[in-house]
Design a protein around this ligand. Sequence first.
Ligand code: GLU
Length: 346
Amino acid sequence: MFEVDLQGVPQRAFTGALPAPTDIDDLVRQAHARYASHREGSVADYIPILAEAPPDLFGISVVDVAGGAHEHGDADHAFSIQSISKAFVFALVCEAIGHQAVHDRVGVNNTGLPFNSVMALELNGGCPMNPMVNAGAIATTALMPAASHDERWARVRDGLSRFAGRELEIDAEVYRSEMRTNTRNRAIARLLEGYGRLETDPDAVVDTYTRQCALTVTAHDLAVMGATLADGGVNPITGARVVSAEVARDTLAVLASCGMYERSGEWLYEIGVPAKSGVAGGIVAVSPGKGAIGVFSPPLDSAGNSVRGQRVCAFLSRALGLNLFASQPAPVPSPAPHPSDNTEAP
Ligand code: GLU
């Protein structure tokens, strides 16, 4: 993982509320200025079209559970959601088929192996284990109840759009580019089928999964989607309930252990919030009851996580008091006065 350079950034405890809105605006601007000149990482190229992303694009958005937005840089630049869709499709499928069914049929543990690993399936008797890597995400998408593949896609797209609070559209070029090169995901789907873990046509599921990854979002959209999970499943901008509070809770639990590929442990250690990243350079980081960060910067580290994105989240988690594990001692209550202490004359 990156070295966390947070010199001079005071750690605010999770205990209590977010800072005042103008202070959040200021901290978002500071985070942008601090990391804009960082040059580490390289843009993903295994999906050919992603290699064309300008590495300097950099946007940050923080949306709080009251619906306030605090943004800087390219926060309205559209890019493909990629793996971040896995988090929200997981939530939609939990809502549709229930906590236990998802646990039993997909699993909720980190595999410790790369996102496109075939080995992880083989080592676990065909059980995907982790819904945040490709095998688990393909299996999860397949579980969305629907009478046809078109209906399944419509339900996925509609659900992700409700998280974002606007109609999300596919980037057709990204979809085509990935469909031309996603032989590995097709192999994973066949393997799932071979293990009896897919009750629908593997090619059709990979098509739906590839479409969901090609939906375009902005850093602002990611922050709204994350803030919906932070707000017990209610979108703080539209006021609409997207999933139940229990599903929002379950989804954040999975993001905490699995959201940042095989670096999830280090992420939690340094940053301390449930999060999900995608290979186009997006990260969503969620602080329950407070809000979410959406950040976009295409250059990635070797695990596939945006380098600037991680730095921004480290900075803001600390400065905004988002880290779930950062408590401060409760104030010692002053002892209640004893009735005999009352010296006033009757
Ligand atoms: N569509 C990408 C894939 O399946 C998503 C990967 C990612 O963002 O981690 O390879």
